[in-house]
Design a protein around this ligand. Structure first.
Ligand SMILES: Nc1ncnc2c1ncn2[C@@H]1O[C@H](COP(=O)(O)OP(=O)(O)OP(=O)(O)O)[C@@H](O)[C@H]1O
Ligand SMILES: [Mg+2]
Length: 455
């Protein structure tokens, strides 16, 4: 199994709907402040989520599941997002939606499995012997091609490295010359070369060159301290899914045909169960040896009622495994039919046996004043100016129809205000936009009243 040079396959998160939320907003002793970290009200649910975070951090919660249940727009997804913020970037957080499992190409359980493995990472700590310093020279030395013919080949490369303490000249294998070229290393860069594997990492450009150009995206790093040749602790976090992908990559040649076939092959089908078992075995060995540590993260499945009975059975089994993340589920359904069954009805559309194993957190509806504070925070993050009467009216709308509808009206209302030559949203802008964009309740009422006009 290879761990080195594993590229991260983490999903890009673009959670603009929750960008005002920076955490759960709890006091050190775990109680929720009324308004903190962008979160308003919903104290009980936030405190419960805080305990979940503590358990995850203490690694005492693997293989458990939490269900966040509550009305639409009551902040379930926001709580899940806040949990990920609290855990920090080193603990994997994999968000997905229940309906993601339905694909014509990939099996449902395969999608679930992949996301399970995205939510568990392996922290590998290694002390490595490295050569580190600022590059003072790169000189490839050439010889006649031993196989005859014209052209010359590189027999070795001389690299000069400088640290605060001294300089060293290394005579290195030609394969390292290739890595140097690949990493685009030039004189003045700070690099390190691993002694055992010969892999080269470019750390950044040395401070001494910081004033070279005015505009540059390069990262400047100080001249390394200590000797050129030293031991260095390297910590790497890779998810199990990263390992799957890295090991499934077709090891084709460099010619055009095999490169093309690598492009055409869908990655997903290449990861086999057998390969995963091999990886698990290797992972377990690393853990036993103490060179690696398992970091169970969070798998968040939103709209969990979209899963069907087959998926629920799989979930039940996957939670039993000794390498399982914490699963957080969210649903806004009451009692409904479990997908994939004829007429089996259950709370949240989740089978009773699975529901029994879960901790359930409930979100409560918001009061008008809470709604107003949320709308105010939201307007500020979107950079909108809202007059007081408009804000009050928006809060009223939020309570009457839904918080999400009120939030969504803000941006078009701003456009409306601009049309009227203002940079502040007034109540009449809110009223006018409300006439243009219907909320769900109004729309339903219209459909019911004019049923004969629809097909
Ligand atoms: N307590 C809160 N404080 C601040 N913002 C909130 C709060 N609750 C919800 N929001 C914001 O309101 C919007 C709707 O909330 P969210 O998407 O979390 O609802 P939900 O419970 O997941 O609804 P659904 O069941 O429809 O998925 C989001 O933009 C969210 O960030
Ligand atoms: Mg949601």
């Amino acid at each position: 199994m290879q761990i080195e040079e594993v590229k991260s396959t983490g999903k890009e998160q673009r959670v603009a709907t929750h960008s005002h939320i920076r955490g759960l907003g709890l006091k050190p002793e775990g109680t929720a402040e009324a308004v903190a970290a962008g979160f308003v009200g919903q104290e009980t649910a936030r405190e419960a989520a805080g305990i979940v975070v503590d358990l995850i951090k203490a690694k005492r919660f693997a293989g458990r599941a939490v269900l966040i249940a509550g009305a639409p727009g009551s902040g379930k997804s926001a709580i899940a997002y806040a949990i990920s913020q609290e855990l920090g970037p080193r603990v994997p957080f994999c968000p997905m939606t229940g309906s993601e499992v339905y694909s014509s190409e990939v099996k449902k359980t395969e999608v679930l499995m992949e996301n399970f493995r995205r939510a568990i990472s392996l922290r590998v700590k290694e002390t490595k012997e490295v050569y580190e310093g600022e590059v003072t020279e790169i000189t490839p030395e050439e010889t006649e091609n031993p196989l005859g013919g014209y052209g010359k080949t590189i027999s070795h490369v001389v690299v000069g490295l400088k640290t605060a303490k001294g300089t060293k000249q290394l005579r290195l294998d030609p394969s390292i010359y290739e890595s140097l070229l690949k990493e685009k290393v030039s004189v003045g860069d700070v690099i390190y070369i691993e002694a055992n594997t010969g892999s080269v990492k470019r750390v950044g450009r040395s401070d001494a060159f910081a004033t070279e150009y005015d505009l540059e995206a390069d990262e400047y790093v100080p001249l390394p301290k200590g000797d050129v040749h030293k031991k260095r602790e390297v910590i790497q976090d890779v998810t199990l899914h990263d390992l799957d992908v890295a090991n499934a990559k077709p090891q084709g040649g460099q010619d055009i045909v095999s490169m093309m076939s690598q492009l055409m092959k869908p990655r997903k089908t290449e990861i086999t169960d057998k390969m995963r078992q091999e990886i698990n075995k290797a992972v377990n060995k690393y853990i036993e040896q103490g060179t690696a540590e398992l970091v169970p993260g969070v798998l968040f499945i939103d709209e969990v009622h979209m899963l069907d009975i087959e998926c629920f059975t799989y979930l039940n089994r996957a939670l039993e495994s000794n390498i399982s993340p914490i699963v957080v589920l969210a649903s806004n359904r009451g009692i409904c039919t479990i997908r994939g069954t004829e007429d089996l009805r259950a709370p949240h559309g989740i089978p009773r046996d699975l529901l029994d194993r879960m901790l359930i957190v409930r979100t409560a509806p918001y009061t008008q004043s809470e709604t107003q504070i949320i709308l105010d925070i939201r307007a500020k993050t979107e950079g909108l100016k809202v007059a007081q009467d408009a804000l009050e009216y928006a809060a009223e709308v939020g309570v009457k129809s839904s918080l999400r509808y009120a939030i969504q009206l803000l941006t078009p209302a701003n456009v409306m205000a601009q049309i009227h030559g203002r940079d502040e949203i007034h109540k009449e802008d809110m009223l006018e936009t409300g006439d243009l964009f219907f909320d769900a309740k109004k729309s339903v009422a219209i459909v019911q009243a004019t049923e004969s006009l629809f097909l």
